[in-house]
Write a protein that binds this ligand. Structure first.
Ligand code: ADP
Length: 684
């Protein structure tokens, strides 16, 4: 027996490994099984090149648990190692990489935690002692046993071993007893080794016999050696893709589409990405892409490798060209990774484009599920927008689909306003905004439906992209002002008449929680509703955006401001005005003439003072102006009071306000109850 010291400079490297890699303990199994897989694949290659002429047999890796002995053994019948090779690969080389790494990152423990393959030495994360019993494939090779207890000292001796290959025996540490449980090992094999390229046996298959489950002679193979993504796409059927999806995500609904990635230049990448049917919560959908390196599972955290918006996709990516032994921040700046990310974006766009072109009907049917990805992609990646603008769809309130270009052609003549802006009308709620949609349709306009979670942000983005175009929600103003044409109807009312109408309605507005109302009088035509409520597009969007963006909480706190628009052309409004004028005339007459006189006086006072330098204006003159102003505002209050007093007893005003609120879902509680009682009273 020979003993020696592993070629390491740092004496106590193992405690370091254990400590730093604590969070990723379990990857030891992946490392050892993939070493075993490599060893068998190397033998297969040697067989092909003729360098190995012996009996190949069935190549296989076995994982065995011996709870009593406290060991976990990974065996392969691959190339094995000679004593010299152990010295070279295990004692010297393998370790130097780790030492360099730890030296470099001594001060940055954080950087070390994470994914970097420690290879063989990761065994010491869970084992207090590791044996390698191995026999090289080379003719007449002597089997050897290497042992190491976690200190840099090791021993190596000659032993007897039946066949070629290696057994890696882990004497599991007392603190890591979980790795002696069958279920735990099964779970890890499932996670990391499910698609490795050589059969991996763990335990025996079971069958039902006499009412209970018994083990058979057959090995239980945990993996599928040729997963779907490694096959040629042309030979695969839809059902193959669907069943592979089911095997990956048994709980999920059937996917919408899939993309088989297959590239070998300038980097190597294969994989299958699925578009899932999206549920409400985007967050829950993430981390469903599994990243492999030559069929060895690496991670399901793919941020930085695939573009952010594609982390919503599900599936597998396999690439030997993604550097795995590095930290995440390094990964994101890696040129290869950037290329991969761009490639995937392009592939996804190409695939959607071809489905769109080949079968528009099917594409439209799936659009509602698909549009979240497309919107998200367009919002987050300019590259993707440039491609997606050809296959991204608008939906109108009638359920018809249009490409951006088609829709532009449809509305460009009719919906351009007098300033040459093209106005895209949209609704977010077909039912709630029904009247406004109808009003727009009556003008011959088209209304888009934007009811998905990313539709409104997408609209803001498109507004930047489309030339001289604005998106306006149908209920943000009266339609003739949303799309203002040259010949807008004239307002025939005088200022005092307007005042009476405004004050009548303003004074009777009930309190609505978190809402404020302004009143406006407009000529909307005889057939339009007498009263409607609008909400300014800009303010509403600011508030909506504040829900998505940080630092905009200020907007969210503000009350919603609405405009109650009175239609001066409508018979009922005319009647309210007429009665109002009649009923308030006597009381208003002296007030109005008083205001007139005071306003005249105010004008003169201001003019006089305006001629002087500020310091020449006397206190008496200042007081005079102030008193006049106060008197005006007092008279104006008085005027409002007179109108309010009249309006208070006018059922029509209340009824009209309530109807407008009702139409917008804002009539609630006591106000709703009053409305019902009043309405009942009105039924004759
Ligand atoms: P890596 O696999 O990244 O090279 P490892 O530390 O895992 O690093 O392994 C070091 C070397 O030891 C391997 O390159 C291989 O030559 C050898 N080796 C490890 N495990 C086996 C095995 N089961 N059979 C044959 N050789 C092995």
């Amino acid at each position: 027996m020979q003993t020696g010291k592993i070629g390491v400079t740092t004496e106590n490297i193992f405690p370091v490994i254990k400590k730093f890699l604590y969070s990723d303990h379990e990857i030891f199994l992946r490392e050892l099984v993939s070493n075993a897989v490599d060893a068998t694949q190397k033998l297969r290659t040697l067989g092909v090149t003729g360098d190995f002429k012996g009996e190949m047999g069935e190549l296989k890796v076995s994982v065995k648990l011996d709870e009593a002995a406290g060991t976990l053994t990974i065996s392969d019948n691959g190339i094995g190692m000679t004593a010299e090779e152990i010295d070279k690969y295990i004692n010297q080389i393998a370790f130097s990489g780790v030492t360099d790494f730890l030296d470099k990152y001594k001060d940055k423990a954080e950087a070390i935690i994470g994914h970097f393959g420690l290879g063989f030495y990761s065994a010491f994360m869970v084992a207090k002692k590791v044996d390698i019993i191995t026999k090289s494939y080379k003719e007449g090779a002597q089997a050897v046993k290497w042992s190491c207890d976690g200190s840099p000292a090791f021993s190596i001796e000659e032993v007897e071993k039946d066949g070629r290959g290696s057994d890696i025996v882990l004497h599991i540490d007392d603190e890591c007893k979980e790795f002696l449980q069958k279920a735990k090992i099964q779970e890890l094999l499932n996670k990391y080794c499910k698609f490795m390229a050589v059969p991996i046996a763990f335990g025996k298959q079971t069958e039902w016999k006499d009412g209970k489950s018994v083990e058979t002679e057959e090995d239980f193979i945990v993996n599928s050696v040729a997963p779907l993504w490694t096959k040629t796409p042309s030979g695969l059927k839809d059902e193959d893709y669907k069943s592979f999806y089911r095997s990956l995500f048994p709980m999920n609904d059937e996917p919408l589409f899939w993309i088989h990635l297959n590239v070998d230049y300038p980097f190597n990448l294969t994989g299958i990405l699925y578009f899932p049917r999206v549920k409400n919560n985007i967050e829950l959908q993430r981390n469903k892409i599994q990243l492999f390196c030559n069929q060895v599972f690496v991670t399901d955290q793919v941020e930085g490798i695939v573009p952010e918006f594609l982390t919503l996709l599900h599936g597998v990516i396999d690439s030997p060209d993604i550097p795995l032994n590095v930290s995440r921040s390094y990964l994101q700046s890696d040129a290869n990774v950037k290329k991969i990310s761009q490639y995937i974006t392009k592939k996804v766009a190409d695939r959607l484009n071809s489905i769109f072109k080949e079968n528009r009907k099917e594409y439209e049917e799936k659009w509602n599920d698909l549009k979240l990805f497309v919107n998200y992609g367009m919002l987050s990646e300019n590259d993707f927008y440039d491609r997606a603008k050809d296959f991204s769809l608008f939906t109108d309130v009638e359920g018809k689909y249009f490409t951006f270009d088609e829709y532009h052609t449809l509305i460009k003549d009719n919906q351009t306003d007098k300033d040459g802006n093209l106005i895209y009308l949209y609704a977010t709620q077909k039912d709630e905004q029904y009247s406004y949609i109808e009003a727009a349709k009556n003008k011959g306009y088209s209304v888009l439906l934007a009811d998905d979670q990313l539709d409104v942000p997408a609209i803001s983005m498109l507004e930047q992209k489309f030339e001289k175009s604005r998106f306006v929600r149908v209920d943000s103003d009266v339609i003739d002002r949303i799309i203002a044409k040259e010949n807008t109807p004239e307002m025939k009312l005088e200022d005092t008449q307007r005042d009476i109408l405004s004050a009548s309605f303003q004074s009777q507005m009930p309190k609505v929680e978190k809402a404020e109302f302004m009143v406006d009088v407009q000529a909307l035509g005889e057939t339009a509703h007498p009263v409607l409520i609008t909400q300014n597009e800009y303010m509403r969007r600011m508030k909506e955006m504040s829900r998505y963006q940080q630092g905009m909480g200020f907007y969210a706190q503000m009350p919603d401001t609405y405009t109650l628009v009175l239609n001066a052309d409508h018979a009922l409004i005319k009647k309210v005005l007429e009665e109002g004028e009649k009923n308030t005339a006597d009381a208003l007459k002296p007030i109005l003439s008083e205001i007139k006189g005071l306003e005249a006086r105010e004008t003169i006072l201001r003019q006089e003072q305006g001629k002087k330098k500020p310091e020449e204006v006397t206190q008496a003159e200042k007081d005079d102006l102030k008193q006049t102003e106060d008197a005006i505002s007092k008279q104006r209050d008085e005027k409002q009071n007179v109108i309010a007093n009249y309006a208070k007893g006018n059922d029509a005003i209340h009824q009209l306000i309530d109807l407008a609120l009702l139409q917008n879902g804002m009539l609630k509680g006591e106000a709703l109850d009053k409305f019902i009682k009043r309405s009942v009273g009105l039924i004759k």
